[in-house]
Design a protein around this ligand. Structure first.
Ligand code: ATP
Length: 359
């Protein structure tokens, strides 16, 4: 087992594009770290640098107390699982799993013992003689994981391993991967653009944007206190409602320094009510659309126009689009005028540029 530490890691691709702009991350021994962010933010580049598939322009990557910058991928003691399982179609499941070990000249008896054990853990024992084409997508993904497991590496690297699977299987495999990692207790770094996958898998979540780390931490802590408006809108679905506030509003409602800022409220933190909670906020909405998905209902509303809010009670917010999440048993009518409110402790306040959390 091993820690993985990235120290001021940078990557400039030939041609001059700076894909990674100074990243610091520390993944503890046995931890499951997820790199998440939108397409192009640099998460695959970073993972490939840990794997040794991409050179490091500057900074250091340390695996198990050893700087690996100059060490070949095969000697880094890592195993990588890719999204396109890259199984050999003509080989049986057993041979697919055994391939890497045979290449290294391991004895057949040891290979058999490792493959049998991995197959047991992955529930592939009855499929060892099949060819990849005789397997379902989820089973192929498990074989790909088996190939990584048999190597008994210090670190697993996962590059969007579930993105080729359908939605239901993704969820099932997500749970499987988490259980497996808990059982093996191997340090893991996992790349995904899916924030839900990231939230559910991570011990430590790294939210990336434009080649930089926006926030690192426990996923729920990040959800509860996003450090920037980028993180606030990326983590959580539907995203946090963000609205600009004027200096006097921040001052009167939130006791801030009186600067213009951005106020954030998660969809689930609104309730439909005529009350204005003390220190909280309330706003009138016109219901534009409703999505009923069973356990919950999403209400898409527009805030009232400027003229109408002149007479509004203190604590009301400026106009714009708002998403509200309410229990599935409720559903206001389209076109209805409702009033929603959020408690003081549900308000997130950011600087005007969205780069700093004020409270
Ligand atoms: P995705 O989720 O779409 O895979 P990502 O976050 O993994 O995105 P990367 O693949 O790491 O992003 O790419 C980061 C940035 O670096 C992108 O802007 C990409 O265009 C650029 N990039 C990637 N590989 C190269 C390369 N070989 N040469 C030049 N630029 C590259």
């Amino acid at each position: 087992m091993a820690n993985v530490t990235l120290r001021n890691v940078r990557k400039t691709y030939p041609g001059g594009f700076e894909a990674i702009k100074g990243v610091n991350v520390d993944v503890g021994d046995g931890q499951f770290c997820v790199l998440v962010g939108p397409s192009g933010c640099g998460k695959s580049t970073l993972l490939r640098m840990v794997a040794g598939l991409e050179t490091i322009t500057s900074g250091e990557i340390d695996i198990g107390g050893r700087v690996v910058n100059q060490i070949e991928p095969a000697d880094r003691d890592i195993a990588m699982v890719f999204q396109n399982y890259a199984l050999y179609p003509h080989m049986s499941v057993f041979n697919n799993m055994a391939y890497g070990l045979r290449n290294r000249g391991m004895k057949e008896a040891e290979i058999k013992s490792r493959v049998d054990e991995a197959a047991r853990v992955l529930e592939l024992t009855s499929m060892l003689e099949r060819k990849p084409r005789q397997l379902s997508g989820g089973q192929r993904q498990r074989v790909a994981m088996g190939r990584a497991i048999v190597r008994q590496p210090k670190v697993f690297l996962f590059d969007e391993p579930l993105s080729n699977l359908d939605a239901k299987l993704r969820i099932a495999m997500r749970v499987e991967i988490r259980k497996l990692q808990r059982r093996l207790n191997t340090t893991s770094i996992y790349v995904t653009h899916d924030q839900l996958e990231a939230m559910t898998l991570a011990d430590i979540l790294v939210v990336m944007n434009g080649g930089q780390v926006e926030q690192v931490g426990n996923p729920l802590a990040i959800y509860e206190k996003p450090a920037t408006t980028f993180v606030a809108s990326f983590i959580g679905a539907p995203p946090m409602n963000l609205m600009s506030t004027r200096p006097e509003e921040i001052k009167s409602q939130l006791g801030g320094a009186g600067e213009a800022g951005i106020l954030g409220i998660r969809p689930e933190d609104f309730v439909i009510t005529d009350q204005t909670p003390a220190g909280g906020v309330a706003l009138p909405l016109t219901v534009e659309a409703i999505e009923r998905v069973g356990a919950e209902t999403f209400v898409y509303g527009t805030r009232e126009q400027e003229e109408q809010r002149v007479a509004a009670t203190p604590g009301e917010l400026p106009p714009g689009e708002i998403i509200v999440r309410i229990p599935g048993t409720e559903a206001p009518a389209i076109g209805a005028k409702i009033r929603v409110a959020a408690l003081r402790n549900k308000l997130h306040l950011f600087s005007g540029d969205g780069r700093t959390r004020l409270e």
